[in-house]
Design a protein around this ligand. Structure first.
Ligand SMILES: Cc1cc2nc3c(=O)[nH]c(=O)nc-3n(C[C@H](O)[C@H](O)[C@H](O)COP(=O)(O)OP(=O)(O)OC[C@H]3O[C@@H](n4cnc5c(N)ncnc54)[C@H](O)[C@@H]3O)c2cc1C
Length: 418
């Protein structure tokens, strides 16, 4: 059987694309190499799935896309977060809005979002085959003819939507196959980089704090050559064996382009609610109320245990010294270290550990209204495989949904015309 539309990859973009094309009367085949659809969706938002962002203005959406925002103008305008919210709720999954307009299922279960998308796909009559790994996209005379699977079986289709995701978290199925399909069709794949990724630091002494989570700290990043602040934020941070991770660090990484050793310094404010003066006054109070205790025994009143050696080392203070012997300058140094704990950023963790892949199929070679290849008729791209990426907050999934919808509208319009 020759399908009108064949979608490769049943992730966020592929499920949305397949269901939308089928809702327009297309005969649709959806091929997924895993034994079930939406494996990456299941781990999004720490298993809660931040499915979109409830911002209603197109410009707010675009402001959250550092990677090629203009390319998404048309796709976003035709399929906004409100459309996605309606779609999921119409499939019986109520949603709620949290801080920063982040949208989650009321149940806090990502599985409910996957189930809703699978219902959407099936209700519209999509044929979903799991356990089928597409090996190649077949092209004849500059137009798509179908795809072949790993066993060499041909699936014929007039339109193929490649929705195979990026390179991040490859155990979920996104192993970069779509980049190969694109290159086979003559497309340029721009350099792939990790984004929303933990940072490696050149700070061996920080390893003593490994495993510690700071719920409310402020961070800022400065470019070393210009002393310019390039990012600042507030939130949760985790000390690791290689450096730092956690939501506030992942967000920072998306703002730091071309991270290289010697380019940026990370500063952490462990006491963002207190000014330096107030923190100093607090230290004075602690020191005068227990003058014969050592610094190492007084600081736990102010700091988590494992970060104390990091702070005393940064301030050049001796934790074994009695606090009544600590001079004013040394106390001031401790205050400064607590408010400005700093380390050079050495690099990022690998793309496999990143939340998203930046880079991908060049947007110059894709029609932004239809997601159709400008090089091969009937070939479409949707989702993370394209050279677009966004900040945290539900924007990356919205990109997958909006580009998936655009590809489906594009393929359906082409078939309706022919
Ligand atoms: C830990 C984590 C948490 C995240 N949390 C959020 C969040 O809360 N909110 C948010 O907006 N974004 C989040 N993201 C990002 C978001 O998940 C991705 O941007 C999004 O899933 C991309 O959708 P996609 O459909 O392009 O790719 P994917 O969801 O990766 O789907 C691609 C599918 O294609 C299949 N496939 C690949 N190759 C083949 C082949 N050759 N043949 C057949 N099938 C194939 C894969 O198995 C996979 O099912 C998170 C990412 C990670 C890793």
């Amino acid at each position: 059987m020759k399908y009108d539309v064949l979608v490769v990859g049943a992730g966020a973009a592929g499920l949305l694309a397949a269901g939308t094309a089928a809702s327009r009367g297309m005969r649709v085949l959806l091929l997924e190499k895993n034994d079930r659809p939406g494996r990456k969706l299941m781990i999004t938002g720490k298993g809660r799935c931040n499915v979109t962002n409830a911002c209603s203005l197109l410009n707010d959406l675009l402001d959250n896309v550092p990677g090629n925002p203009r390319f998404l103008y048309s796709a976003f305008s035709r399929f906004m977060p409100a459309d996605m919210i309606d779609l999921i709720e119409n499939e019986g999954v109520p949603l709620k809005i949290e801080r920063g307009n982040r949208v989650f299922p009321v149940s806090d279960k990502a599985a409910d979002i996957v189930d809703a998308l699978v219902r959407f796909v099936k209700r519209n009559g999509v044929r979903l085959l799991t356990g089928v790994r597409v090996r190649s996209v077949e092209i004849e005379g500059g137009a798509v003819a179908g795809v072949k699977d790993a066993d060499g079986r041909l699936y014929e289709a007039k339109n193929v939507i490649v929705a195979t995701g990026g390179m991040s978290y490859p155990l979920t199925g996104s192993t970069g196959d779509g980049y190969r399909f694109a290159e086979q069709a003559g497309h340029t794949v721009t350099p792939l980089r990790p984004s929303l990724v933990p940072l490696e630091l050149d700070a061996p002494s920080w390893r003593r704090a490994q495993g510690l989570t700071l719920k409310n700290c402020a961070i800022r990043v400065e470019e070393i050559c210009s002393c310019r602040e390039v990012y600042s934020d507030f939130g949760e941070l985790l000390f690791t064996h290689f450096g730092v991770s956690g939501p506030v660090i992942l967000s920072a990484s998306a703002h730091l382009r071309d991270i290289a050793p010697g380019k940026y310094t990370l500063y952490i404010d462990l006491k963002p609610a207190l000014s330096e003066e107030k923190l100093d006054a607090r230290l004075v109070r602690e020191f005068t109320s227990q003058p014969n205790k050592t610094l190492g025994n007084v600081l736990p009143a102010l700091l988590p245990h494992s970060v104390i050696p990091v702070i005393t080392a940064a301030a050049g203070a001796d934790p074994a010294r009695k606090v009544n012997q600590i001079p004013r300058e040394e106390r001031r140094g401790l205050v400064y270290a607590m408010k400005n704990l700093s380390a050079p950023i050495a690099g990022t963790r690998s793309i496999e550990e990143a939340v998203v892949t930046a880079g991908g199929v060049s947007v110059k070679e894709i029609d932004p209204r239809t997601m159709e290849s400008r090089l091969c008729r009937g070939l479409y791209f949707a989702g993370e495989v394209i050279d677009v990426d966004a900040y945290t907050g539900g924007f990356n999934l919205q990109i997958a949904f909006s580009t998936g919808a655009a590809a489906a509208y594009g393929a359906a319009a082409k078939e309706e015309k022919s």
